[in-house]
Write a protein that binds this ligand. Structure first.
Ligand code: MSP
Length: 510
Protein backbone atom coordinates (compact mmCIF):
# COMPACT_ATOMS: atom_id res chain seq x y z
CA UNK A 1 0.00 0.00 0.00
CA UNK A 2 1.49 3.40 -0.88
CA UNK A 3 2.30 5.60 2.10
CA UNK A 4 -0.38 8.12 3.05
CA UNK A 5 0.37 11.59 1.66
CA UNK A 6 0.84 14.51 4.04
CA UNK A 7 -0.56 17.97 3.49
CA UNK A 8 1.11 20.42 5.88
CA UNK A 9 0.18 24.05 6.41
CA UNK A 10 1.52 26.96 8.40
CA UNK A 11 -0.78 29.84 9.30
CA UNK A 12 -0.92 32.46 6.59
CA UNK A 13 0.78 35.37 8.28
CA UNK A 14 -0.57 38.89 8.63
CA UNK A 15 1.31 41.36 6.52
CA UNK A 16 1.25 44.05 9.19
CA UNK A 17 4.59 42.77 10.54
CA UNK A 18 7.80 41.59 8.93
CA UNK A 19 8.76 37.90 9.29
CA UNK A 20 10.10 37.20 12.77
CA UNK A 21 11.13 34.33 15.02
CA UNK A 22 7.56 33.15 15.70
CA UNK A 23 6.69 32.85 12.02
CA UNK A 24 10.04 31.17 11.43
CA UNK A 25 9.49 28.52 14.09
CA UNK A 26 6.19 27.29 12.66
CA UNK A 27 7.58 27.29 9.12
CA UNK A 28 10.68 25.44 10.32
CA UNK A 29 8.57 22.69 11.88
CA UNK A 30 6.77 22.27 8.55
CA UNK A 31 10.17 21.94 6.88
CA UNK A 32 11.45 19.38 9.39
CA UNK A 33 8.32 17.24 9.08
CA UNK A 34 8.41 17.47 5.29
CA UNK A 35 12.04 16.34 5.13
CA UNK A 36 11.49 13.60 7.67
CA UNK A 37 8.46 12.11 5.92
CA UNK A 38 9.77 12.50 2.38
CA UNK A 39 12.82 10.44 3.32
CA UNK A 40 10.37 7.82 4.59
CA UNK A 41 8.45 7.62 1.34
CA UNK A 42 5.48 9.93 1.89
CA UNK A 43 4.38 12.52 -0.60
CA UNK A 44 4.41 15.86 1.25
CA UNK A 45 2.88 19.12 0.12
CA UNK A 46 3.39 22.29 2.17
CA UNK A 47 1.54 25.58 1.96
CA UNK A 48 2.28 28.89 3.59
CA UNK A 49 1.23 32.39 2.61
CA UNK A 50 0.00 35.77 3.69
CA UNK A 51 -3.27 37.01 5.17
CA UNK A 52 -3.85 40.36 3.53
CA UNK A 53 -7.37 41.60 4.22
CA UNK A 54 -9.04 43.26 7.18
CA UNK A 55 -8.85 46.19 9.56
CA UNK A 56 -5.34 45.57 10.83
CA UNK A 57 -3.85 45.53 7.37
CA UNK A 58 -5.83 48.53 6.14
CA UNK A 59 -4.57 50.45 9.18
CA UNK A 60 -0.97 49.39 8.67
CA UNK A 61 -1.14 50.50 5.02
CA UNK A 62 -2.63 53.84 6.03
CA UNK A 63 0.12 54.30 8.59
CA UNK A 64 2.74 53.56 5.94
CA UNK A 65 1.01 56.09 3.68
CA UNK A 66 0.42 53.69 0.79
CA UNK A 67 -2.58 52.04 -0.82
CA UNK A 68 -3.48 48.67 0.74
CA UNK A 69 -2.65 46.64 -2.36
CA UNK A 70 0.76 48.24 -2.76
CA UNK A 71 1.42 47.66 0.94
CA UNK A 72 0.41 43.98 0.94
CA UNK A 73 2.38 43.29 -2.24
CA UNK A 74 5.48 44.60 -0.57
CA UNK A 75 5.22 42.74 2.74
CA UNK A 76 4.00 39.54 1.14
CA UNK A 77 7.09 39.60 -1.09
CA UNK A 78 9.24 39.98 2.04
CA UNK A 79 7.72 36.83 3.54
CA UNK A 80 8.23 34.93 0.34
CA UNK A 81 11.86 36.01 -0.07
CA UNK A 82 12.59 35.33 3.60
CA UNK A 83 11.45 31.72 3.26
CA UNK A 84 13.53 31.36 0.08
CA UNK A 85 16.62 32.80 1.75
CA UNK A 86 16.28 30.68 4.89
CA UNK A 87 15.64 27.47 2.94
CA UNK A 88 12.12 27.26 4.36
CA UNK A 89 10.11 27.87 1.18
CA UNK A 90 6.98 25.75 0.84
CA UNK A 91 5.49 24.09 -2.25
CA UNK A 92 2.81 26.75 -2.60
CA UNK A 93 2.51 30.31 -1.34
CA UNK A 94 -1.07 31.53 -1.08
CA UNK A 95 -2.16 35.15 -0.81
CA UNK A 96 -5.70 36.05 0.20
CA UNK A 97 -5.69 38.73 -2.50
CA UNK A 98 -5.05 36.10 -5.22
CA UNK A 99 -8.03 36.24 -7.61
CA UNK A 100 -8.38 32.47 -7.43
CA UNK A 101 -8.61 32.55 -3.65
CA UNK A 102 -11.13 35.42 -3.74
CA UNK A 103 -13.36 33.50 -6.16
CA UNK A 104 -13.08 30.37 -4.01
CA UNK A 105 -14.13 32.22 -0.84
CA UNK A 106 -17.10 33.71 -2.66
CA UNK A 107 -18.13 30.32 -3.97
CA UNK A 108 -18.04 28.72 -0.51
CA UNK A 109 -19.92 31.66 1.00
CA UNK A 110 -22.58 31.42 -1.70
CA UNK A 111 -22.90 27.66 -1.06
CA UNK A 112 -23.27 28.01 2.70
CA UNK A 113 -25.74 30.88 2.21
CA UNK A 114 -27.77 28.81 -0.26
CA UNK A 115 -27.95 25.97 2.29
CA UNK A 116 -29.42 28.33 4.84
CA UNK A 117 -26.47 28.47 7.25
CA UNK A 118 -25.89 32.20 6.84
CA UNK A 119 -28.56 34.64 8.02
CA UNK A 120 -28.95 38.42 8.33
CA UNK A 121 -29.30 39.92 11.79
CA UNK A 122 -28.42 42.88 13.92
CA UNK A 123 -25.39 43.23 16.10
CA UNK A 124 -24.90 45.60 18.98
CA UNK A 125 -21.52 46.23 20.47
CA UNK A 126 -18.86 48.63 21.75
CA UNK A 127 -16.97 50.05 18.81
CA UNK A 128 -13.70 52.00 18.78
CA UNK A 129 -13.47 54.14 15.66
CA UNK A 130 -9.71 54.50 16.12
CA UNK A 131 -9.20 50.74 16.02
CA UNK A 132 -12.09 50.14 13.64
CA UNK A 133 -13.26 47.20 15.70
CA UNK A 134 -15.68 46.04 18.36
CA UNK A 135 -14.47 45.49 21.89
CA UNK A 136 -15.69 43.12 24.56
CA UNK A 137 -16.35 44.87 27.87
CA UNK A 138 -13.55 42.89 29.54
CA UNK A 139 -10.97 44.05 26.99
CA UNK A 140 -11.44 47.70 28.00
CA UNK A 141 -9.22 49.40 30.55
CA UNK A 142 -11.30 51.56 32.91
CA UNK A 143 -14.04 51.55 30.27
CA UNK A 144 -11.67 52.89 27.61
CA UNK A 145 -10.01 51.50 24.52
CA UNK A 146 -6.53 50.41 25.65
CA UNK A 147 -4.94 51.85 22.49
CA UNK A 148 -6.79 55.12 22.04
CA UNK A 149 -7.73 55.82 25.65
CA UNK A 150 -11.25 56.85 24.64
CA UNK A 151 -14.51 55.20 25.63
CA UNK A 152 -15.90 53.15 22.74
CA UNK A 153 -19.24 54.02 21.15
CA UNK A 154 -22.14 51.64 21.41
CA UNK A 155 -23.28 50.94 17.88
CA UNK A 156 -25.83 48.62 16.38
CA UNK A 157 -25.07 47.21 13.00
CA UNK A 158 -26.78 44.80 10.67
CA UNK A 159 -24.58 41.92 9.62
CA UNK A 160 -24.50 38.38 8.33
CA UNK A 161 -24.05 35.51 10.73
CA UNK A 162 -22.88 31.96 10.26
CA UNK A 163 -24.92 29.34 12.18
CA UNK A 164 -21.89 28.03 14.01
CA UNK A 165 -23.90 27.02 17.04
CA UNK A 166 -25.81 24.47 14.97
CA UNK A 167 -22.60 22.43 14.57
CA UNK A 168 -21.41 22.57 18.16
CA UNK A 169 -22.57 19.12 19.20
CA UNK A 170 -21.18 17.42 16.12
CA UNK A 171 -17.87 19.16 16.67
CA UNK A 172 -17.70 18.14 20.31
CA UNK A 173 -18.39 14.54 19.36
CA UNK A 174 -15.69 14.69 16.72
CA UNK A 175 -13.01 15.87 19.14
CA UNK A 176 -14.15 13.36 21.77
CA UNK A 177 -13.92 10.54 19.24
CA UNK A 178 -10.56 11.60 17.75
CA UNK A 179 -8.05 12.06 20.56
CA UNK A 180 -5.25 12.88 18.14
CA UNK A 181 -7.17 15.53 16.19
CA UNK A 182 -5.59 18.25 18.35
CA UNK A 183 -2.11 17.73 19.78
CA UNK A 184 -0.60 18.10 22.33
CA UNK A 185 -3.51 16.81 24.39
CA UNK A 186 -3.70 19.90 26.65
CA UNK A 187 -4.94 21.97 23.73
CA UNK A 188 -7.63 19.43 22.92
CA UNK A 189 -8.83 19.65 26.50
CA UNK A 190 -8.90 23.44 26.19
CA UNK A 191 -11.08 23.14 23.11
CA UNK A 192 -13.40 20.61 24.72
CA UNK A 193 -13.79 23.05 27.63
CA UNK A 194 -14.77 25.81 25.18
CA UNK A 195 -17.29 23.43 23.66
CA UNK A 196 -19.01 22.93 26.99
CA UNK A 197 -20.30 26.53 26.82
CA UNK A 198 -22.51 27.68 23.94
CA UNK A 199 -20.26 28.85 21.12
CA UNK A 200 -22.87 31.13 19.56
CA UNK A 201 -23.05 32.14 15.92
CA UNK A 202 -20.24 33.90 14.11
CA UNK A 203 -20.55 37.36 12.59
CA UNK A 204 -18.97 36.92 9.16
CA UNK A 205 -19.44 40.32 7.52
CA UNK A 206 -18.28 43.91 7.90
CA UNK A 207 -20.24 46.76 6.28
CA UNK A 208 -18.29 48.56 3.58
CA UNK A 209 -19.26 51.83 5.25
CA UNK A 210 -16.67 50.87 7.87
CA UNK A 211 -14.18 48.69 6.00
CA UNK A 212 -13.69 48.16 2.30
CA UNK A 213 -10.47 46.13 2.35
CA UNK A 214 -11.89 42.62 2.05
CA UNK A 215 -13.73 40.15 -0.14
CA UNK A 216 -17.22 41.32 -1.12
CA UNK A 217 -20.02 38.99 -0.01
CA UNK A 218 -21.39 37.25 -3.11
CA UNK A 219 -24.97 37.81 -1.93
CA UNK A 220 -24.72 41.40 -0.68
CA UNK A 221 -22.52 44.04 -2.32
CA UNK A 222 -22.67 46.30 0.74
CA UNK A 223 -20.51 43.96 2.84
CA UNK A 224 -17.06 42.42 2.91
CA UNK A 225 -16.17 39.05 4.49
CA UNK A 226 -14.83 38.78 8.04
CA UNK A 227 -11.08 38.20 7.78
CA UNK A 228 -11.00 34.76 9.48
CA UNK A 229 -13.67 33.37 7.18
CA UNK A 230 -11.53 34.47 4.27
CA UNK A 231 -8.19 33.37 5.77
CA UNK A 232 -9.14 29.85 6.87
CA UNK A 233 -10.29 28.98 3.37
CA UNK A 234 -6.72 29.59 2.18
CA UNK A 235 -5.98 26.09 3.44
CA UNK A 236 -8.14 24.66 0.66
CA UNK A 237 -8.01 27.23 -2.16
CA UNK A 238 -4.41 26.49 -3.28
CA UNK A 239 -5.22 22.77 -3.50
CA UNK A 240 -8.37 23.49 -5.47
CA UNK A 241 -6.38 25.71 -7.83
CA UNK A 242 -3.88 22.93 -8.51
CA UNK A 243 -6.42 20.12 -8.80
CA UNK A 244 -5.00 18.51 -5.62
CA UNK A 245 -7.99 18.83 -3.33
CA UNK A 246 -9.31 15.29 -3.56
CA UNK A 247 -5.87 13.78 -3.14
CA UNK A 248 -4.50 15.96 -0.36
CA UNK A 249 -7.23 17.64 1.65
CA UNK A 250 -8.15 14.47 3.60
CA UNK A 251 -4.54 14.43 4.87
CA UNK A 252 -4.37 18.01 6.09
CA UNK A 253 -2.25 18.78 9.16
CA UNK A 254 -2.33 22.40 10.33
CA UNK A 255 0.61 23.79 12.28
CA UNK A 256 -0.28 26.77 14.47
CA UNK A 257 0.67 28.39 17.76
CA UNK A 258 -1.74 28.51 20.67
CA UNK A 259 -2.76 32.12 19.91
CA UNK A 260 -5.04 31.03 17.09
CA UNK A 261 -6.39 27.82 18.56
CA UNK A 262 -10.02 28.96 18.72
CA UNK A 263 -10.44 29.99 15.06
CA UNK A 264 -8.79 26.71 14.02
CA UNK A 265 -10.58 24.42 16.45
CA UNK A 266 -14.03 26.03 16.43
CA UNK A 267 -14.64 28.33 13.46
CA UNK A 268 -12.78 26.27 10.88
CA UNK A 269 -14.23 22.79 11.44
CA UNK A 270 -17.77 24.16 11.69
CA UNK A 271 -17.20 26.07 8.44
CA UNK A 272 -16.00 22.84 6.83
CA UNK A 273 -19.07 21.00 8.08
CA UNK A 274 -21.35 23.69 6.67
CA UNK A 275 -19.50 23.64 3.35
CA UNK A 276 -19.81 19.85 3.17
CA UNK A 277 -16.04 19.33 3.21
CA UNK A 278 -14.20 16.71 5.29
CA UNK A 279 -12.52 17.95 8.46
CA UNK A 280 -8.74 18.31 8.64
CA UNK A 281 -6.86 15.38 10.16
CA UNK A 282 -4.90 17.20 12.83
CA UNK A 283 -4.09 20.48 14.47
CA UNK A 284 -0.50 20.61 15.74
CA UNK A 285 -0.30 23.37 18.31
CA UNK A 286 2.94 24.85 19.62
CA UNK A 287 3.68 27.37 22.33
CA UNK A 288 5.05 30.88 22.23
CA UNK A 289 8.59 32.10 22.01
CA UNK A 290 8.92 34.78 24.67
CA UNK A 291 11.57 37.40 25.13
CA UNK A 292 12.47 38.75 28.52
CA UNK A 293 9.50 36.81 29.85
CA UNK A 294 7.12 38.84 27.68
CA UNK A 295 5.44 38.24 24.37
CA UNK A 296 7.49 39.26 21.37
CA UNK A 297 6.10 42.29 19.72
CA UNK A 298 7.24 44.94 17.36
CA UNK A 299 6.36 47.77 19.69
CA UNK A 300 8.76 46.38 22.28
CA UNK A 301 11.52 46.57 19.72
CA UNK A 302 12.71 43.05 20.41
CA UNK A 303 11.90 41.43 17.12
CA UNK A 304 14.19 38.57 16.12
CA UNK A 305 14.66 38.68 12.36
CA UNK A 306 15.48 35.29 10.85
CA UNK A 307 17.83 36.61 8.19
CA UNK A 308 19.89 38.48 10.77
CA UNK A 309 20.24 35.38 12.93
CA UNK A 310 21.16 33.33 9.87
CA UNK A 311 23.81 35.87 8.87
CA UNK A 312 25.35 35.78 12.35
CA UNK A 313 25.32 32.10 13.17
CA UNK A 314 24.23 30.16 10.08
CA UNK A 315 20.80 28.70 9.45
CA UNK A 316 21.54 25.26 10.82
CA UNK A 317 22.70 26.61 14.17
CA UNK A 318 19.52 28.70 14.33
CA UNK A 319 17.40 25.66 13.42
CA UNK A 320 19.17 23.51 15.99
CA UNK A 321 18.60 26.03 18.74
CA UNK A 322 14.89 26.46 17.96
CA UNK A 323 14.31 22.72 17.80
CA UNK A 324 16.45 21.87 20.81
CA UNK A 325 15.28 24.57 23.21
CA UNK A 326 11.52 24.47 22.70
CA UNK A 327 9.43 21.47 23.70
CA UNK A 328 6.71 21.50 21.06
CA UNK A 329 3.51 22.67 22.74
CA UNK A 330 5.18 24.63 25.52
CA UNK A 331 6.47 28.19 25.67
CA UNK A 332 10.20 28.91 25.57
CA UNK A 333 12.36 31.93 26.22
CA UNK A 334 14.47 33.12 23.29
CA UNK A 335 18.03 34.09 24.12
CA UNK A 336 20.89 34.68 21.76
CA UNK A 337 23.35 33.63 24.47
CA UNK A 338 21.57 30.26 24.71
CA UNK A 339 21.80 29.90 20.94
CA UNK A 340 25.54 30.54 21.05
CA UNK A 341 25.94 28.06 23.91
CA UNK A 342 24.14 25.38 21.89
CA UNK A 343 26.23 26.14 18.83
CA UNK A 344 29.53 25.91 20.68
CA UNK A 345 28.56 23.19 23.12
CA UNK A 346 26.42 20.78 21.12
CA UNK A 347 27.34 21.43 17.50
CA UNK A 348 30.99 22.54 17.46
CA UNK A 349 32.06 20.20 20.30
CA UNK A 350 29.71 17.41 19.24
CA UNK A 351 29.15 16.52 15.62
CA UNK A 352 31.66 19.14 14.38
CA UNK A 353 34.51 17.85 16.52
CA UNK A 354 33.85 14.17 15.81
CA UNK A 355 33.77 14.87 12.08
CA UNK A 356 37.07 16.69 12.03
CA UNK A 357 38.80 14.07 14.21
CA UNK A 358 37.67 11.15 12.08
CA UNK A 359 38.43 12.83 8.76
CA UNK A 360 41.81 14.01 10.03
CA UNK A 361 42.85 10.47 11.05
CA UNK A 362 41.53 9.07 7.77
CA UNK A 363 43.70 11.57 5.98
CA UNK A 364 46.79 11.21 8.11
CA UNK A 365 46.91 7.40 8.22
CA UNK A 366 45.33 6.42 4.89
CA UNK A 367 45.26 9.51 2.64
CA UNK A 368 41.48 9.39 3.00
CA UNK A 369 41.06 5.85 1.62
CA UNK A 370 38.49 3.85 3.62
CA UNK A 371 39.92 0.53 4.85
CA UNK A 372 38.16 -2.86 5.19
CA UNK A 373 35.96 -3.56 8.21
CA UNK A 374 36.76 -6.29 10.76
CA UNK A 375 33.98 -5.88 13.34
CA UNK A 376 34.72 -6.62 16.99
CA UNK A 377 32.29 -6.43 19.89
CA UNK A 378 32.95 -2.76 20.54
CA UNK A 379 32.25 -2.02 16.90
CA UNK A 380 28.91 -3.80 17.11
CA UNK A 381 28.03 -1.70 20.13
CA UNK A 382 28.79 1.46 18.17
CA UNK A 383 26.51 0.32 15.37
CA UNK A 384 23.84 -0.59 17.93
CA UNK A 385 24.02 2.91 19.43
CA UNK A 386 23.15 4.40 16.05
CA UNK A 387 20.38 1.86 15.43
CA UNK A 388 18.91 2.88 18.78
CA UNK A 389 19.24 6.58 17.93
CA UNK A 390 17.43 6.03 14.67
CA UNK A 391 14.55 4.19 16.36
CA UNK A 392 14.24 6.70 19.17
CA UNK A 393 14.53 9.81 17.05
CA UNK A 394 11.93 8.49 14.59
CA UNK A 395 9.49 7.90 17.44
CA UNK A 396 10.19 11.33 18.91
CA UNK A 397 9.59 13.11 15.60
CA UNK A 398 6.32 11.21 15.20
CA UNK A 399 5.38 12.48 18.66
CA UNK A 400 6.58 16.02 17.77
CA UNK A 401 9.26 15.87 20.48
CA UNK A 402 11.96 17.34 18.26
CA UNK A 403 14.15 18.24 21.24
CA UNK A 404 14.11 14.62 22.36
CA UNK A 405 14.96 13.40 18.85
CA UNK A 406 18.06 15.61 18.93
CA UNK A 407 18.96 14.29 22.37
CA UNK A 408 18.79 10.72 21.10
CA UNK A 409 21.11 11.56 18.21
CA UNK A 410 23.47 13.36 20.59
CA UNK A 411 23.67 10.22 22.76
CA UNK A 412 24.85 8.18 19.77
CA UNK A 413 27.44 10.85 18.97
CA UNK A 414 28.63 10.75 22.59
CA UNK A 415 28.96 7.00 22.24
CA UNK A 416 31.09 7.55 19.13
CA UNK A 417 33.31 10.00 21.06
CA UNK A 418 33.82 7.41 23.77
CA UNK A 419 34.53 4.77 21.13
CA UNK A 420 37.35 6.95 19.79
CA UNK A 421 38.82 7.31 23.27
CA UNK A 422 38.45 3.62 24.11
CA UNK A 423 39.73 2.20 20.83
CA UNK A 424 42.44 4.90 20.67
CA UNK A 425 43.31 4.65 16.95
CA UNK A 426 45.81 7.49 17.38
CA UNK A 427 47.82 5.30 19.80
CA UNK A 428 47.45 2.09 17.77
CA UNK A 429 48.69 3.97 14.72
CA UNK A 430 52.14 4.13 16.27
CA UNK A 431 52.40 0.34 15.92
CA UNK A 432 52.68 -0.77 12.26
CA UNK A 433 51.25 -4.18 13.19
CA UNK A 434 47.97 -2.51 14.21
CA UNK A 435 47.45 -0.68 10.94
CA UNK A 436 44.57 -2.91 9.78
CA UNK A 437 42.75 -2.38 13.09
CA UNK A 438 43.19 1.40 12.84
CA UNK A 439 41.66 1.29 9.37
CA UNK A 440 38.78 -0.87 10.58
CA UNK A 441 38.06 1.50 13.49
CA UNK A 442 37.99 4.46 11.15
CA UNK A 443 35.65 2.61 8.81
CA UNK A 444 33.20 2.15 11.70
CA UNK A 445 33.51 5.83 12.51
CA UNK A 446 32.85 6.81 8.91
CA UNK A 447 29.70 4.70 9.09
CA UNK A 448 28.76 6.47 12.33
CA UNK A 449 29.17 9.84 10.60
CA UNK A 450 27.22 8.60 7.59
CA UNK A 451 24.26 7.54 9.73
CA UNK A 452 24.55 10.76 11.76
CA UNK A 453 24.24 12.78 8.53
CA UNK A 454 21.08 10.91 7.64
CA UNK A 455 19.62 11.29 11.12
CA UNK A 456 20.25 15.02 11.34
CA UNK A 457 19.10 15.76 7.79
CA UNK A 458 15.54 16.85 8.67
CA UNK A 459 16.89 19.16 11.38
CA UNK A 460 20.19 20.35 9.89
CA UNK A 461 19.93 19.92 6.13
CA UNK A 462 22.97 22.01 5.18
CA UNK A 463 25.19 20.23 7.68
CA UNK A 464 23.94 16.83 6.55
CA UNK A 465 24.70 17.63 2.91
CA UNK A 466 28.17 18.96 3.77
CA UNK A 467 29.04 15.97 5.91
CA UNK A 468 27.77 13.65 3.17
CA UNK A 469 30.01 15.41 0.68
CA UNK A 470 33.02 15.20 3.02
CA UNK A 471 32.45 11.47 3.31
CA UNK A 472 32.57 11.37 -0.48
CA UNK A 473 29.07 9.92 -0.81
CA UNK A 474 26.75 10.66 -3.76
CA UNK A 475 24.04 13.20 -2.89
CA UNK A 476 21.10 11.09 -3.98
CA UNK A 477 21.87 8.46 -1.35
CA UNK A 478 21.46 10.87 1.55
CA UNK A 479 17.75 9.99 1.72
CA UNK A 480 18.41 6.26 1.38
CA UNK A 481 17.65 5.14 4.90
CA UNK A 482 17.86 1.47 3.95
CA UNK A 483 21.57 1.71 3.29
CA UNK A 484 23.09 -0.99 5.54
CA UNK A 485 25.92 -0.31 8.00
CA UNK A 486 29.08 -1.43 6.20
CA UNK A 487 27.64 -1.01 2.70
CA UNK A 488 28.24 2.70 2.20
CA UNK A 489 31.98 2.64 1.49
CA UNK A 490 33.24 0.41 -1.32
CA UNK A 491 36.94 -0.57 -1.54
CA UNK A 492 39.02 2.41 -2.59
CA UNK A 493 36.42 4.94 -1.43
CA UNK A 494 38.05 8.20 -0.38
CA UNK A 495 36.95 10.75 2.21
CA UNK A 496 37.84 14.43 2.09
CA UNK A 497 40.28 16.29 4.34
CA UNK A 498 38.67 17.71 7.50
CA UNK A 499 36.95 21.09 7.73
CA UNK A 500 35.26 22.75 10.68
CA UNK A 501 31.51 22.16 10.26
CA UNK A 502 30.72 24.57 13.06
CA UNK A 503 33.44 27.08 13.86
CA UNK A 504 33.06 28.24 17.45
CA UNK A 505 31.56 31.70 17.77
CA UNK A 506 31.46 34.47 20.32
CA UNK A 507 28.18 36.13 21.22
CA UNK A 508 27.88 39.11 18.87
CA UNK A 509 27.19 42.17 21.03
CA UNK A 510 24.21 44.37 20.10
N1 MSP B 1 -3.34 35.57 9.85
C1 MSP B 1 -3.58 34.83 11.03
C2 MSP B 1 -3.58 33.34 10.75
C3 MSP B 1 -4.57 32.90 9.73
S1 MSP B 1 -4.40 31.20 9.39
C4 MSP B 1 -5.71 30.81 8.43
C5 MSP B 1 -2.51 35.14 12.05
N2 MSP B 1 -1.36 35.66 11.58
S2 MSP B 1 -0.08 36.02 12.47
O1 MSP B 1 0.83 36.68 11.58
O2 MSP B 1 -0.45 36.72 13.65
O3 MSP B 1 0.58 34.66 12.81
C6 MSP B 1 0.31 33.96 14.00
C7 MSP B 1 1.20 32.75 14.00
O4 MSP B 1 2.58 33.16 13.89
C8 MSP B 1 1.17 31.89 15.24
O5 MSP B 1 0.08 31.01 15.28
C9 MSP B 1 2.50 31.19 15.10
O6 MSP B 1 2.45 30.26 14.05
C10 MSP B 1 3.40 32.32 14.68
N3 MSP B 1 3.87 33.12 15.81
C11 MSP B 1 3.82 34.48 15.91
N4 MSP B 1 4.44 34.85 17.04
C12 MSP B 1 4.89 33.77 17.71
C13 MSP B 1 5.71 33.57 18.83
N5 MSP B 1 6.14 34.57 19.59
N6 MSP B 1 6.08 32.31 19.13
C14 MSP B 1 5.74 31.25 18.33
N7 MSP B 1 5.00 31.41 17.26
C15 MSP B 1 4.37 32.60 17.02
O7 MSP B 1 -2.71 34.85 13.21
Amino acid sequence: MPAEPLYLTTPIFYVNAEPHLGHTYTTLIADVLARFWRARGRRVFRVTGTDEHGDKIAQAAAKAGVAPKEFVDRISATFRSTWEATGLACDAFVRTTDPHHVAFVQRILADIHARGDIYFGSYRGLYCFGCERFYQERELVDGRCPDHQVPPTEIAEENYFFRMQAYQERLREHFEAHPDAIVPEGYRREVLALLREPIGDLCISRPKSRLTWGITLPFDERYVTYVWFDALLSYVSPLEERGLRAELWPHAHHLIAKDILKPHAIYWPTMLMAAGLPLYRRLLVHGYWQMDAGKMSKSLGNIVRPLEVKARYGMDAFRYYLLRDMAFGQDAEFSEAALVARLNGDLANGLGNLTSRVLAMQQRYFQGVVQPRAPEERDDLLRAAFVTARGESDEHVKGLAFHRALESIARALDHADRYVVETAPFTLAKDPAKRARVGAILHELCEALRVAAQLVEPFLPETAARLWGLLGLPGERLQDLDLAWGAAFAPGHTTAPPVALFPRVELVPE
